[in-house]
Design a protein around this ligand. Structure first.
Ligand code: ADP
Ligand code: MG
Length: 384
């Protein structure tokens, strides 16, 4: 395991903290500051343990060069409010002098294309700001970027509290799951979920499928799937997966002419017609899945079960989420849209862990290593 900030002395040190403060901003206003509030825990810890200076580095959005609408100035402002002490904003992350203030926020690291290229000279320049580096940006750990990977060659590196929690929860679930271990996988395109399904099938006792990808399986079985989304390119994989007895497919679906229609019908999966578009799992499936989830020891969930953006097709996702919440299982939810669905239902607190890691979370669920975590481990050899 990597070293965390709880395992060293901080008195008098200057620390560069790579946070994930990639928050939504509209018209210069932060619309959701959850990430800043969470990341502030790590900064507070460092300050209360006597750090001389905490220099915060983050990215925001996907700018192409310097674009003022992606400036992190509002982030510095909000962080200051949350901490109850000023956070000084510095208008460039390498080319501007850093003041002596105790908390400093550097401008968007992605204003420099060198960041995403993992360039050595850029990482060295970042490293000059401090004498220790802390990675608290779990959501970026699947990326081989300079402020995540290369920088660990130049400074002793530690994991922040947010990164530690995200990583250890996900790792714990896969290494030592309480059984039965049940996975729920939904979403739109089978192609993007194959690596996930493949890895989960090695670990879980049961995998419940939903979302649009089920139609690729039904097509492989020779059923009529109407105008439902279907991923022809993954048809052969679907055919092979159908032999896996851990895999459970819905028994009924909610169909309509299209996603804008309120005129819905529930049909058995073998009774779809040419003009039907399958947009949610049906009530019999929700009941079946709820039963299977009720005795689970561990649950991992990624992917909405239906077209949840439209109310008539949110019901399957809602009932399955409720069943997971009530199961008493150690439950972990991940994925951008899935987390959005959970928060729309106001159920965040009912899960053991709602992972905000997006792509990094999915990479871990796929059983693949994270570049940022590897870098933290290698750093222990460079700076023992
Ligand atoms: P996540 O972001 O949580 O990993 P995905 O991006 O894989 O999830 O999938 C989410 C998308 O899948 C949503 O936009 C949802 O509308 C869509 N989806 C789920 N079921 C269906 C369906 N039956 N037909 C069309 N789209 C669907
Ligand atoms: Mg998505």
């Amino acid at each position: 395991m990597f070293r965390t900030i709880r395992e060293t002395e901080w008195r008098g040190r200057r620390v560069l903290v790579r946070s994930d403060f990639n928050v939504p901003i509209t018209g210069g206003k932060i619309t959701d500051d959850t990430r800043i509030a969470k990341g502030a825990q790590t900064i507070r810890y460092l300050l209360s343990h006597g750090c001389r200076q905490v220099i915060v580095l983050t990215h925001l959005g996907r700018p192409r060069g310097i674009q003022t609408e992606y400036s992190v100035r509002p982030v510095a402002q909000r962080l200051g409010e949350i901490l109850g002490q000023q956070a000084s904003f510095v208008h460039d992350c390498i080319d501007a002098p850093v003041p002596g203030a105790r908390v400093v926020v550097l401008e968007n690291v992605r204003f420099h294309p060198e960041e995403e290229e993992n360039y050595e000279f850029f990482a060295k320049r970042l490293a000059k700001h401090a004498d220790v580096y802390v990675n608290d940006a779990f959501g970026v750990c699947h990326r081989k970027h300079a402020s995540i990977v290369k920088i660990t060659e130049y400074l002793p590196a530690y994991a922040g509290l947010c990164l530690e929690r995200e990583y250890s929860v996900l790792r714990g679930v896969f290494e030592n799951p309480k059984r039965p271990f049940v996975a729920v996988v939904g979403g739109a395109k089978l192609q993007t979920k194959l690596a996930l399904i493949d890895n989960l099938l090695k670990k879980v006792d049961r995998l419940l499928l939903g979302g649009a990808m089920i139609f690729t399986f039904y097509r492989a079985r020779g059923y009529e799937t109407g105008t439902s989304l279907c991923d022809e390119g993954s048809a052969r994989m679907a055919q092979l997966l159908l032999h896996n007895e851990k895999l459970v497919l819905p028994v009924d679906v909610v169909v309509a002419k299209d996603e804008n229609s309120d005129d819905t019908r529930t049909v058995s999966v073998q009774k779809m017609q040419k003009n039907d578009k399958g947009l949610d799992i049906g009530p019999a499936t929700s009941s079946l899945y709820s039963d299977m989830l009720s005795g689970a020891g561990t649950v991992v969930w990624n992917g909405p079960l239906g077209y949840f953006e439209k109310k008539p097709f949110f019901e399957g996702t809602r009932r399955v989420a409720q069943a997971i919440a009530e199961s008493g299982a150690k439950s972990v939810v991940g994925g951008g849209d899935t987390v959005r669905a959970v928060s729309e239902m106001g159920l965040e607190e009912k899960f053991y862990h709602v992972s905000t890691g997006g792509g990094a979370t999915l990479t871990m669920m796929e059983g693949r290593a994270l570049a940022g975590i590897k870098a933290l481990l290698t750093n222990m050899k460079i700076f023992p």
